[in-house]
Every structure is written in structure tokens, then in C-alpha cells.
Design a binder for this molecule. Structure first.
Ligand SMILES: C[S@@+](CC[C@H](N)C(=O)[O-])C[C@H]1O[C@@H](n2cnc3c(N)ncnc32)[C@H](O)[C@@H]1O
Length: 266
């Protein structure tokens, strides 16, 4: 199937359909950890210069700019990059970079103090090459931030996690059904889905459960590039569809996503 990236209405509606990202619990968690990543930078640069790899509508970019970080928002989607320019140009801390989808060609070695990515690696078949590239463009003392990628438990479904999902998710997700039904472009998606049952309406390629990202291989790549782990934390992602009471009951008992912060040795 031909590869396509977020365009037009898909880019414009991205935040609306992603209740798993744009909710106050997830946003607060993210802000705290990005602050920790910025504070872990040991390059001496002021302000810190960051790369937001696969920036989308500017989820990480927004937090980084709030933290006073000069941010280069990079993506393969021109429509997302246009949105970033509209939203953040006036801050004086924002630049955009069009990516080619495979590497960071034209970005010199040791260029950034921080390289961050959130919910991108599982969209890229050769995600290890992307991790390697993010490592290459970081200065010694620079920090890599990888977030919103599933843990092995997401697939293994240990009993407590399975119980959480059973209790927290609505039996019928009316919000999702309605938003799909009201969106005419959804019909193109249905046709694609019929042709390939694994197709997801994300405008790009997913790395599927049988070829999902492997954290041990990521850590191998990072060790080879001289990185040391600053923080590795598994958390239970809060999605807007979850029952909040059930989420609070289980959030310290199971986890389905991982965040990794690592620093390049000087
Ligand atoms: C699920 S979205 C995440 C967007 C954003 N990071 C966020 O936190 O909301 C995945 C993003 O990865 C981008 N993307 C997909 N494949 C890519 C690739 N090969 N190289 C760079 N970006 C890619 C998409 O255009 C999209 O913006």
C-alpha cells in the first residue's frame, strides 16, 4: 500500500481524535518529564536547543517552548509543519524542519542539546535507524527523550492489566463511533481497512504487534553510542475513554507505556 503522511483534515483533526494524548493527566506527566530531561542536559548551552522528531501538531514542541527551549520541530508532513509555524513562530523559539522519513540528512553531528520523540518510533519500520540518528545529532552531554512507546506488558497482558482494561474501558465507545460516522473521509479509511485489516487511519505506517519496537534493541544502540540511562519509567497511559476512578485504582499496579531518558557521555 502506498505510504502517505498526515494531510489536510487528518492533520487538523489530530488532537481531537487523540484523547490518549491530549488529556490533562497525560499532559501533566509529560510536562514534568520533559522538565526533567531539560534539567539533565549537561552541554552548558543556554538556551537549550532541542529537536522534536515527528512533531505532529506540536505536542512536545508546546511543552519545550514553555520550558524556554529553542525547538526545531521536524516531521514528514507539510501540513503539520505549517500548523507549527502558525502556532509557534511568534515565540521566537521555534523552527521547523522537513524530514525525509528515513534519517536526519543535512543535520550535522553534535548539533542539538536535546532530541525528543513521542509516539513516533512505532510508526517507522526502521526505528533503530531513527534512534541512531537522534543519537548522532546530539552533543556530548546531550539528552535523548523517548516516550509513548508500549512496554512488553502491553502485549503480554498480565492479569492485573487485563482486569484494568476490562473495568476501565466503556463497553461501547460512542465518542469514537460518532466521530468516525460524521467524518466523510472515514469512508476512504474503511476501504483501505478492507484491503488490509491492519491499516490504521494514521496516515502512515505502523509497526504492528508482530513487529513492534523492542526496547532491548534500542538500549543496545544507545550503549554503542555511549549513552547512559538517566531514567527509565513504565507508566499506565491515561486515555480520555477510561473511567477515571478505575484508572486511579490501577495506575500504580500496572503499566503499558515506557519513557526513557538517556544522556550521551562526554
Ligand atoms: C502519532 S503521531 C505523534 C505526533 C507527536 N509527536 C505527538 O506527540 O502528538 C506520529 C508522527 O510521526 C510522524 N512520522 C511518521 N513517520 C515518520 C518518519 N518516518 N519520520 C519522521 N516522522 C514520521 C507523523 O507525520 C506524525 O506526526
Amino acid at each position: 500500500m502506498e505510504r502517505e503522511y498526515y494531510k489536510g483534515a487528518d492533520a487538523a483533526g489530530y488532537e481531537y481524535v487523540h484523547g490518549d494524548i491530549f488529556n490533562s493527566i497525560e499532559q501533566q506527566r509529560l510536562h514534568g518529564l520533559l522538565r526533567e530531561a531539560v534539567q539533565s542536559v549537561q552541554t552548558g548551552a543556554q538556551p537549550v536547543r532541542a529537536l522534536d522528531f515527528g512533531c505532529g501538531s506540536g505536542n512536545l514542541t508546546r511543552h519545550l517552548i514553555d520550558l524556554g527551549v529553542h525547538t526545531v520541530s521536524a516531521d514528514v508532513s507539510d501540513d503539520f509543519l505549517e500548523g507549527i509555524r502558525r502556532k509557534f513562530a511568534a515565540t521566537g523559539l521555534s523552527e521547523t524542519l522537513r524530514l525525509n522519513g528515513t534519517d536526519l540528512a543535512n543535520v550535522p553531528e553534535a548539533h542539538f542539546d536535546l532530541a525528543a520523540t513521542y509516539s513516533v518510533l512505532h510508526h517507522v519500520p526502521d526505528y533503530l535507524a531513527i534512534v541512531r540518528e537522534m543519537g548522532r545529532v546530539l552533543k556530548p552531554g546531550g539528552v535523548l527523550y523517548l516516550d509513548h512507546e508500549v512496554t512488553p506488558d502491553y502485549y503480554r497482558r498480565p492479569p492485573e492489566y487485563a482486569e484494568f482494561l476490562r473495568k476501565a474501558r466503556p463497553r461501547v465507545d460512542w465518542r469514537r463511533i460518532l466521530s468516525r460516522a460524521l467524518d466523510v473521509r472515514g469512508y476512504k479509511h474503511i476501504l483501505r481497512r478492507l484491503a488490509d485489516p491492519r491499516y490504521k487511519r494514521e496516515g502512515d505506517i505502523h509497526v504492528w504487534p508482530d513487529d513492534h519496537i523492542e526496547w532491548d534493541r534500542i538500549e543496545q544502540v544507545l550503549r554503542a553510542q555511549g549513552f547512559e540511562v538517566v531514567l527509565e519509567h513504565d507508566y499506565l497511559l491515561y486515555k480520555a475513554i477510561y473511567d477515571l476512578r478505575v484508572y486511579h485504582e490501577y495506575k500504580d499496579r500496572c503499566a503499558d507505556e515506557r519513557v526513557l531518558i538517556a544522556r550521551k557521555k562526554k
